[in-house]
Design a binder for this molecule. Structure first.
Ligand code: SAH
Ligand code: F3S
Length: 427
């Protein structure tokens, strides 16, 4: 071991998947991984640039690390992830190395060029080493596409992660085979627009179908889908393969066609609603989740009402809601009609209130149902209570011993609120 390293991960699941790769590169370079970043010789920040808030948090952490240097002058700080592409100039003053997502493969070379840290202090000898993903060793993310070919006008991802690159199917099958052999029970296929997958004669539908067929004991999910490219073949695979889980993350972003056009989302609300109708009728018990942005430049009160109306009509099982954040280098920066931040926040509060009520009703309809749930971990509040997930990815709290973690249970839902279900175990 040449030193201790920790990785701080921000942002999306793609970053979580990348953190696994970064961890492996660090181990190969001779580092031991630890969660205690204040006792590390090397800290890698795997960053996010999607909204200003994410960048602010990371700037704060970089400030913290600077003050840590007073005690550990040999500390090396590296920045990876989307902020490394979006704010490279600023970071070059704050970090020892900056590697943007499209050059992530260079990490090993960079590590090899670092000066070795001084010998370990006695007092640090007994820190527990960290296995990556130790909390849920039976769930894994698998990136199948890198980058994004869309040009949504609010989004930095095409700038930070570049155009789409598709991982070869045979490599993907091999990786899932290895995961299964190590006891992984659920695999989530990842891509910014996961359903855009193409490789040779393969499409996303045929890839998903073949995955489900080759690995019948593994449950498959996939995120994120773009409504424009969601084919009937994908719906067919979801409907006919029992190990493709009934969960779909399908960002709507806005209910007004005028706003959708200005966002370059390439669909109308009517098209989106028709698609949801097709998926829901083919896949019973589907849970549909979405992303919504409010306060986009030029969004009138009437446009915003359309978003509220859309949410009432579709009744999403869950929603990630954001107010618009201006990102340097994106097309929306040049649009007129910017709203003051307090006005954006006020709309966001209304969205959240509405969705909370919808989720309460939607979750109530789960009461009395029986669901086959995977037990993930102990609940944060009570070690005698476990957190499990329904096939549609809803959280369920159930009393029980820790030994249940990693097993499937038939649970009867007894109670529900807006954010979680409560169950008892069936004898
Ligand atoms: N296709 C991607 C989208 C990534 S960003 C995926 O894999 O999920 C996730 C969500 O963040 C987007 O769907 C959008 O709702 C939100 N978002 C992106 N850029 C934003 C911005 N500038 N301001 C506010 N929200 C934004
Ligand atoms: Fe961003 Fe739109 Fe791609 S939200 S990641 S540009 S599909």
């Amino acid at each position: 071991m040449i030193g201790r390293a920790s990785i701080l991960t921000y942002g999306c699941q793609m970053n979580e998947a990348d953190t696994t790769d970064i961890g492996q590169a660090l181990k190969r370079a001779g580092y031991e991984l630890t969660r205690s970043w204040d006792q590390s010789d090397l800290v890698v920040l795997n960053t996010c640039a999607i909204r200003e808030k994410a960048e602010d948090r990371i700037r704060g952490t970089l400030g913290h690390l600077k003050s840590l240097r007073a005690r550990r002058p040999w500390l090396v700080v590296g920045v990876m992830g989307c902020m490394a592409a979006q704010s490279a100039d600023y970071l070059s003053h704050e970090a020892d190395f900056v590697i943007p997502p499209m050059e992530a493969g260079q990490l090993s070379e960079v590590l090899a060029g670092l000066p070795p840290p001084p010998g370990l202090g006695e007092e640090e000898g007994d820190l527990p080493p960290l296995e990556m993903n130790q909390e849920t060793p039976f769930k894994r993310f698998l990136p199948i596409i890198r980058g994004c070919n869309h040009r949504c006008t609010f989004c930095v991802v095409p700038n930070t992660r570049g155009p789409e690159y598709y991982e070869p199917p045979e490599e993907l099958f091999q990786k899932v085979g290895e995961m299964r052999d190590r006891g992984v029970l659920e695999v989530t296929l990842l891509g910014q627009t996961v359903n855009a997958y193409v490789h040779g004669g393969w499409t996303f539908a045929t890839l998903l179908q073949e995955m489900a067929h080759r690995f019948p004991a593994v449950g498959f999910r996939f995120i994120t889908s773009h409504p424009r490219q969601f084919s009937d073949e994908i719906i067919e695979v979801m409907a006919t393969r029992p190990n493709v889980m009934p969960y779909l993350h399908l960002p709507l972003q806005a209910g007004s066609d005028r706003v959708l056009r200005r966002m370059k989302r390439l669909y109308t609300f009517a098209e989106y609603e028709a698609l949801v109708g097709r998926v829901r009728s083919a896949v019973p018990d589907l849970a549909l989740s979405t992303d919504i942005i409010c306060g986009f430049p030029g969004e009138t009160e009437e446009d915003f009402d359309r978003t509220l109306e859309a949410m009432k009509r579709i009744r999403f099982e869950s929603a990630f809601m954001f107010y618009y954040s201006e990102r340097p280098g994106t097309a929306a920066v040049n649009l007129d009609g910017k709203l003051p931040i307090p006005a954006r926040k006020e709309r966001l509060a209304r969205l959240i209130r509405l969705q909370k009520d919808i989720q309460m009703e939607v979750n109530q309809s789960e009461v009395g149902r029986r669901r086959r749930c995977l037990v993930e971990r102990t609940s944060k509040k009570d070690p005698a209570v476990m957190l499990a997930r329904t096939p549609s990815n809803k959280g369920v709290l159930v009393p029980g011993p820790e030994s249940l973690i990693g097993s499937y249970l038939e649970l009867e839902i007894q109670r529900a609120d807006s954010f979680i279900l409560f169950a008892s175990q069936r004898a």
